[in-house]
Design a protein around this ligand. Structure first.
Ligand code: CP
Ligand code: NVA
Length: 322
């Protein structure tokens, strides 16, 4: 069976821990795994498709594939036939005969699901409107490095609680056994279905989920404070309204005073100083955002290795009907 990574809960708690363990190993020994090279590898090329702009995701996947002995093929929005001349399914049917893994940053989660349904090589969500699961692997790795074992730690996320990062914090954090607190204004809270899925995971792992409109309720005593832009890709027209709506959900010195004294601060980046986070906080001693950015590389390498090893290796070609 081919394993895909479209949403944080595609990994069980044990599998998530395995990927994070491997990421820590690869951080120390970057070339220890050559999953896309050598005798055992069926394919060398990894397709990296970007329908939205990216710095970290693009570079960390490209560098990571190279480290694993593969060849990254970056396909930008409009560079291929995908989305305008050719369906997602037909694109998947072609790519899966040529590449080892498909990494895709896009808009609708349903597109990723369609790609995965037609692909016998792993498909990885490199950010959709709904989730950013690769970012969360890097975030969890960073928390583990700075705060130790994840289970039992409290993470507070402030800001746009209806966006992809908030949903991924809920799902990945609860999978790790963390106490996840999400604070955002009314109308910008996570979907009930995501809260329910996170609660289900939390029941399994000993974590918990709190969703509130009160930032101080989320922040009080938190071990980790996280935020994200108030204006996600595709929402640029709403910038003025959103900046006003989320004004009281910024991570500044006053917010940090409510968290644990040794709390660390996460931001997936790019950051907008003076909006969702103050310069004093993101550039201050509690910020671990540059480690977090670097950990995209290590976490995604581990993910790619894990998915390749957990999926049946595809043949170079296949007969019709197989
Ligand atoms: N955090 C993140 O995904 O950054 P990019 O948009 O630059 O890839
Ligand atoms: N929520 C942001 C994350 C950027 C990495 C967006 O979707 O634009």
């Amino acid at each position: 069976m081919t394993r895909h990574f479209l949403v944080d809960t595609d990994l069980t708690p044990a599998e998530q821990a395995e990927v994070l363990d491997l990421a820590l190993e690869l951080k120390v020994k970057p070339y220890a795994e050559a999953v896309y090279a050598g005798e055992g590898a069926a394919r060398r090329t990894v397709a990296l498709i970007f329908d939205k702009t990216s710095t970290r995701t693009r570079v960390s996947f490209a560098a990571g594939v190279a480290d694993l002995g593969g060849v990254p093929l970056v396909i930008g929005s409009g560079d291929s036939q995908l989305g305008h001349k050719e369906s997602i399914t037909d694109t998947a049917r072609v790519l899966e005969r040529m590449v080892a893994t498909i990494v895709w940053r896009t808009y609708a989660q349903s597109g990723l699901e369609e790609m995965a349904a037609a692909s016998r090589v792993p498909v990885i969500n490199a950010l959709s409107d709904d989730y950013h699961p690769c970012q969360l692997l890097a975030d969890l790795l960073t928390i583990r490095e700075h705060k130790g074992p994840l289970a039992g730690l409290t993470l507070a996320y402030l800001g746009d609680a209806a966006n992809n990062m908030a949903s991924s914090y809920l799902l990945a954090g609860s999978t790790a056994g963390m106490h996840v607190r999400i604070a955002g204004p009314e109308g910008f809270l996570p979907a009930e279905s995501i809260i329910a899925a996170a609660r289900l995971r939390a029941a399994e792992t000993g974590g918990s989920v709190l969703v509130t409109t009160d930032p101080s309720e989320a922040l009080t005593g938190a071990d980790v404070v996280a935020t994200d832009t108030w204006v996600s890709m595709g929402q640029e027209d709403e910038k003025a309204a959103r900046s006003e709506l989320f004004r009281t959900y910024g991570v500044d010195a006053a917010a940090m005073a409510l968290a644990a004294a040794d709390a660390v601060v996460l931001h997936c980046l790019p950051a907008y100083r003076g909006y969702e986070i103050s310069a004093e906080v993101i550039d201050g001693p509690q910020s671990v955002v540059w480690d977090e950015a670097e950990n995209r590389l290590h976490a995604q390498k581990a993910l790619m290795v894990w998915l390749m090893k957990s999926s049946r290796a595809p043949r170079t070609s296949r007969k019709d009907g197989e």
